[in-house]
Unconditional design. Structure first.
Lengths: 352, 352
DNA sequence: TTGAAAGCGATACCAG
DNA sequence: CTGGTATCGCTTTCAA
């Protein structure tokens, strides 16, 4: 007991001390059939030695990792962090480890991250949105692994998709406001071209305003995505300056809506008395604030959960149909590409 | 051109088509000195083939990965997601990839995640808080890699720490409230024993109440961590029921404070007219809400940034002092364990 | 149920 | 600046 070896123990060390072969140790770790006595002995030695198996070696040898590449536009948005939680809830029990990346709403960044994550041979990939660079699509297709696109239902999905139409959801909100009797309705959102879901909501708003024969669209676009609470104040300020007679405002997100409502309070405008304000997302603030905020509820966690399940199903199908192995038939295109539609609901509350 | 091979190309394929050895390809990828002409040719082939290097093989061969294990109690808390952003900002430029884990405030979960992440041979580890299971400490020590504990300044750090004393910060807030003239001050926080930082804030509150000779501590503990906006309403309800003459309330987090303020509005109590309410964390809501919320500002992003820098420094020191190699001298304990103290500030606003 | 041998795909090291 | 060779630590595969 002079000094513990400075090099971490290997599987062969464990095997030696347990008087078995490496393979037996490997089987114990993988939970494969090994006699009860042997298993216990090996486990004991592993514990004594503090042995930690090397995942890189395992991945190289078996040709499969336990990684799932996950890309979201922003980790600070509760929206996407809920989706990540959902993904994790679905995938963790299957021993899969999320490799998380934050694209900052930039497609080039997404491409960079995909490229870098693909180096780890992920079992599958979850992306946000339906737009990607050509290279991203190519990379993913060549990788031949299941892919799911979240939060949108792209016309031409890479593989599978779990989401909803942000445009349709926005139209539903305009319809709701219209049904409430509002006619001069404005929209405030981010200025970034990169936030496709935000843009889709804006487009939905515009389309529905036209469809209902309401006033010309009144759109204010300001600031970066994701819009936060501090977005609302200047945005509604700009809106009211441009169109002082606006009756209702639809915001690209509850965060913005909250900021707008607070600004109205500061200006002595009552909500919805003087002006109605609606949000999007059903974030916690929308039902905790005073007044509570009318919004569109989307199950962000559920999107992650369903996306995870979709990936698991694809992996299972692959296991069944393939001889597995280092991508032998990996090129076989997932012919059963499907889309999972997530429901949304307009939730009328006090603010509109 | 009948059909593209279904198996992804290897480095040897690239080498062959470029008419060079694997080593040259490897050097090109690693950015080491290679003649300009050769480099361009290799790069071109890589692009044509869509070659993606296998990180597992690289890690096995070189004995080092590009992973950094990061564990936070919750990914949904903007607090920790900001810290993660900071870490990423510091580490990404150095080609390091975060391996993110969510412990859900549970030490056993943390241990599980550490164990599983250690299998990937991370270059270093960032943990949240100063309390861990014995096994976690042992695992980390045996791993012999730099470790940083964030958000706390533990008495006996595993290696290094970047944080502040939550108790001291809470005391500062009590002092501020006292200086404002409030005497009957209450505290509302979560009920979970697992949220150490929340507990430390509560302890700081109690200690300072005693130190200032104010009333007996008035503590309400309710709900799980992290406390969210919806925590505040029931919590302040309970507080006012138990001690109706309370003049000021200090909340474990801005989220809770916001919920409490909204509840006061519902009850027709003015803040701070009828009751003062303070938060903790300087979250966005604290300066966007109406009234703005008095709080303690902590640079969550900065904690991540500094933690990342601390890890980078440790890695650099290790490179310099060691012959590197597969953990040869890896056991050499980081004798220069240090702690980085992050400043906090009480920010007086409208609510208190 | 167990073991021996043969790689997995890259990098380190040493020559040239 | 470039190439050959020997691993790296594990799992696969096949035999016993």
């Amino acid at each position: 007991m002079t000094s513990r070896p400075p090099v971490p123990p290997r599987m062969s060390d464990v095997a030696e001390r347990a008087g078995v072969s490496k393979m037996t140790v490997s089987r114990v770790l993988a939970g494969r059939s090994v006699s009860q006595a042997t298993r216990e002995r090996v486990l004991k030695i592993i514990d004594e030695l503090g042995y930690v198996a090397d995942a890189a070696a395992g991945a190289l040898s078996s040709g499969r990792s336990e990684f799932v590449a996950v890309l979201v536009p922003s980790l600070s948005s509760s929206n996407f962090s809920d989706t990540v939680r959902g993904l994790n809830a679905a995938l963790n029990p299957h021993g899969l480890q999320l490799l998380l990346g934050d694209t900052d709403y930039r497609l080039e960044q997404e491409e960079l991250l995909v490229r870098s994550m693909l180096r780890h041979q992920p079992r599958c990939v979850a992306l946000t949105g339906g737009r990607h660079t050509g290279a991203t699509r190519t990379l993913l297709q060549r990788a031949g692994i299941p892919v799911v696109e979240m939060w949108d239902l792209p016309r031409d999905p890479i593989d599978t998709a779990v989401g909803f139409s942000n445009a349709t959801a926005a139209r539903a909100m305009v319809q709701h406001l219209h049904a409430c009797g509002y006619r001069r309705i404005g929209f405030i959102g981010g200025a970034s071209e990169r936030d496709r879901r935000g843009l889709d909501r804006m487009r939905g708003y515009i389309a529905e305003m036209k469809a209902l024969g309401l006033c010309e669209p009144r759109v204010i676009r300001l600031g970066e995505s994701p819009v936060t609470m501090s977005h609302g104040a200047p945005a509604i300020g700009a809106l009211l300056e441009a169109w002082p007679d606006t009756e209702a405002v639809m915001c690209v997100s509850d965060m913005s809506a909250f900021g707008a409502i607070m600004e109205c309070h500061r200006r002595g405008l009552s909500v919805p008395g003087d002006i109605a304000i609606a949000g999007f997302g059903n974030f916690e603030v929308s039902w905790c604030s005073q007044p509570t905020i009318t919004t569109v509820s989307v199950d962000a966690y559920g999107i992650g959960l369903r996306a995870g399940e979709t990936l698991l199903a694809a992996l299972a199908a692959r296991e069944a149909g393939d001889t597995v192995g280092r991508g032998k038939n990996a090129a076989a295109p997932t012919a059963r590409a499907k889309a999972v539609k997530i429901e949304f609901t307009v939730i009328p509350r006090e603010s509109a």
